[in-house]
Design a protein around this ligand. Structure first.
Ligand code: WT7
Length: 661
């Protein structure tokens, strides 16, 4: 059954319980519909009111939305504020001041608690250290940190002084770091000597050293090193400074620097359809507004909640729902350094019980792997932990298959917790299409309806609306505050990627296919329509992996990368490779595949390693020389090729490609 067919037959509906509706911030569908109607009636007034009521402005804005230079939209642009002040200072003198901001659990199970007052002190002190190293408003700072409190402190400290951070996930390679440092023109790196994951000590600083040594990184003046483990690391005199060193004698007070609402809070690199990652630039005002609001709307946040988003700060989810949203909302949140399967695959469930978590937000890939683990070993089943405190569950990063949804609903949520299946992207800054826990009847596998003010629609290739029940292209028709502002250093690519002329130049193109159900108009995401893969919720460009493969110039002549469905990781990377030498078979092919997988890990990072590599003497090409990726996708799935192959220059190659080694 295809993904689209399964939508049509999905008729299980789970409305929120009456008690949930009554207690919720957005209570019942009529309340949701009223908000949508308000946004349609007075679009700018709707957003202006929310921005005034939910953020602290040092200078109030008078203009809400400036469309004069579309698609470079500007929101609240004559207003001034500071993101860190809106996450920390704003709570001082309120009951939140002495509330726990962060419950941190380390890889080895050590727990520490930090109040909002204490966090403000840490952030301010680190901000002073950044300033002492000459870092100023507008400078870019690259952050390559473990998933610890210090990572969040580093982000908040940058925001506090108006420096633009660019966080790189700790699983990316030296080469990836170097490219991002150069593109962003970063003046400093904040890193740690090592990171701890699943009981293993993995280097970070050594990778920074390697990246910087690749050249072109002359803009970097300082490397800040957090000593996460006792193991020593290489330190370059004059350039590298430990946290202890830079924090010594620094005051824990630092006035937050007001910045314009459009000031870039951060640039986060993500994969696109070319080999080069895109630096997605986000604003301060609009971004923070949405981080703050979606905590209330999507998660129905209440003062007593214990919120846990399991994402790493290296991804957008960790930006919006760890580093900014929960703090702006004054929530208590859990930050977890480790991995879900260490010391055993019951870790998440045990932590929910230990910290009395009430809102749990994770990725379908984690759920699927924990289902598998629980089926294999009853000791790590969620029923071994007391999960009674949970009241809302969330899913993010990729489509959740209805079977995984049902398991999550029954075994984790006790059939009592609504699941918010949140569709959004690095570019959207925060949730776009998601159920509201106290309003939306849930349908497994559907992200349901857009948030109020989000004008999502499904169109055809020319940008025209298409009827419910028919698959098409997901777009957003009006700008929204937390949208991507531009691609760092590449405004042309921004326009081309997200506001293509072919579709009229005014629609935001998400890059996903979607279908709305005929009965309720619910959205269901059917997957990327561009050359972007989603492996375990991580976004990878097929071109990026191809470039990495062909950069092995000694071995590789040509490569094509496609995705294929995978039960555990959603999609898996499958590479077709033509070597310069003879096509290897048997053990030689195995050894060669290993070498190339390691090569990709070194070029991009272990997350980009192809699951499968097939060798051929050539790739299927049209007579004009274009690689026929459609065919490769079928072959990767193990399907017999039924497509028309008459335009193929070399049909004989199909047999060879069909043989796995
Ligand atoms: C792509 C964006 C959202 C933050 C983490 C990923 C896919 C994301 C869902 C969902 C179906 C989803 C889309 C999207 N995606 N959430 N709930 N249902 N698909 O951010 O790395 O920018 O990836 O992830 O394909 O375009 P990202």
């Amino acid at each position: 059954m295809s993904a689209i067919e399964s939508v049509l037959v999905e008729n299980r509906v789970f409305p929120p319980s009456e008690a949930t509706v009554l207690a919720a911030r957005i209570s019942g569908m009529p309340a949701y519909e009223a908000m949508c109607a308000e946004a349609s009636r007075d679009f700018e007034g709707f957003w202006a009111g929310l921005a005034r009521n939910n953020l602290v402005w040092t200078k109030p804005f008078t203009r809400t939305l400036d469309e004069s230079n579309a698609p470079f939209f500007r929101w609240f642009d004559d207003g001034e504020l500071n993101a860190s002040a809106n996450c920390l200072d704003k709570h001082m003198g309120t009951p939140v001041e002495n509330k726990t901001a962060v419950i941190f659990e380390s890889d080895d199970g050590n727990v520490t608690r930090t109040t909002y007052r204490e966090l403000l002190g840490k952030v301010s002190q680190f901000a002073n250290a950044l300033k002492a190293e000459g870092i100023r408003k507008g400078d870019r700072v690259l952050i390559y940190m473990p998933m610890t409190l210090e990572g969040v402190v580093a982000m908040q400290a940058c925001a506090r002084i108006g420096a633009t951070h660019s966080v790189v996930f700790g699983g990316f390679s030296a080469k990836a770091l170097q490219e991002r440092i150069i593109d962003a023109g970063a003046v400093a790196v904040i890193t740690a000597n090592y990171q701890m994951r699943g009981g293993r000590e993995l280097p970070l600083k050594a990778i920074v050293d390697e990246g910087l040594a690749m050249g072109g990184c002359e803009s970097i003046r300082t490397v800040f090193v957090y000593q996460r483990t006792p193991t020593a690391c290489n330190m370059v005199a004059g350039r590298d400074k430990t946290f202890t060193e830079v924090l010594a004698g620094k005051s824990s007070e630092c006035a937050a620097e007001p910045v314009g609402a459009e000031h870039p809070l951060f640039v986060l690199y993500t994969s696109g359809s070319t080999g080069k990652p895109k630096g997605v630039q986000h604003s301060t005002g609009g971004y923070l507004l949405w981080a703050r609001l979606t905590m209330d709307w999507t998660f129905d946040l209440q003062p007593s909640d214990v919120f846990w988003c399991t994402a790493d700060i290296g991804w957008i989810t960790g930006h919006t729902y760890v580093a900014y949203g929960p703090l702006a909302a004054g929530a208590t949140q859990i930050i977890f350094e480790g991995i879900p399967t260490y010391p055993n695959a019951g870790r998440f469930w045990q932590m929910i019980e230990r910290h009395q978590c009430t809102i749990f937000y994770t990725a379908p890939t984690a759920i699927r792997s924990l289902i598998k683990a629980a089926e294999g070993d009853p000791k790590v089943h969620p029923d071994r932990s007391n999960l009674k405190t949970l009241r809302i569950l969330g899913s993010v990063g990729e489509p959740i298959n209805p079977e995984a949804w049902m398991w999550y609903y029954k075994n984790v949520g006790g059939e009592r917790c609504p699941i918010v299946d949140t569709f959004w992207q690095t570019e959207t800054g925060g949730h776009m299409i998601t159920p509201l826990p106290g309003a939306t009847p849930l349908v497994p596998g559907s992200c349901t309806l857009p948030l109020p003010g989000i004008m999502a629609a499904i169109v055809d290739e020319a940008g025209h609306d298409i009827p419910n029940g028919t698959g098409g292209i997901l777009v957003v028709k009006r700008p929204w505050p937390s949208m991507i502002r531009t691609i760092w250093n590449d405004p042309e690519r921004f326009k081309k990627s997200y506001f293509p002329e072919e579709m009229g130049g005014r629609l935001y193109l998400a890059g996903d296919g979607a279908v709305r159900s005929a009965d309720r108009g619910y959205f269901r995401i059917t997957g990327r329509i561009d050359d972007v893969l989603n492996v375990s919720g991580h976004r990878l460009g097929t071109m990026e992996i191809e470039s990495a493969l062909v950069s092995h110039t000694a071995l590789v002549a040509e490569a094509a990368v496609v995705g294929r469905p995978d039960d555990l990781t959603g999609e898996a990377v499958c590479a077709f490779v033509v070597l310069k030498g003879q096509r290897p078979t048997g053990d030689a092919a195995k050894a060669m595949a290993k070498e190339l997988r390691d090569w990709v890990a070194k070029e991009i990072g272990p997350i980009a390693k192809p699951k499968e590599i097939r060798f051929a003497e050539n790739l299927p090409k049209t007579r004009s020389g274009k690689i026929m990726r459609r065919l490769l996708r079928s072959i990767a799935k193990g399907e017999t090729v039924t497509q028309d192959t008459s335009t193929l220059e070399n049909p004989a190659i199909l047999d060879q490609l069909g043989q796995a080694w």
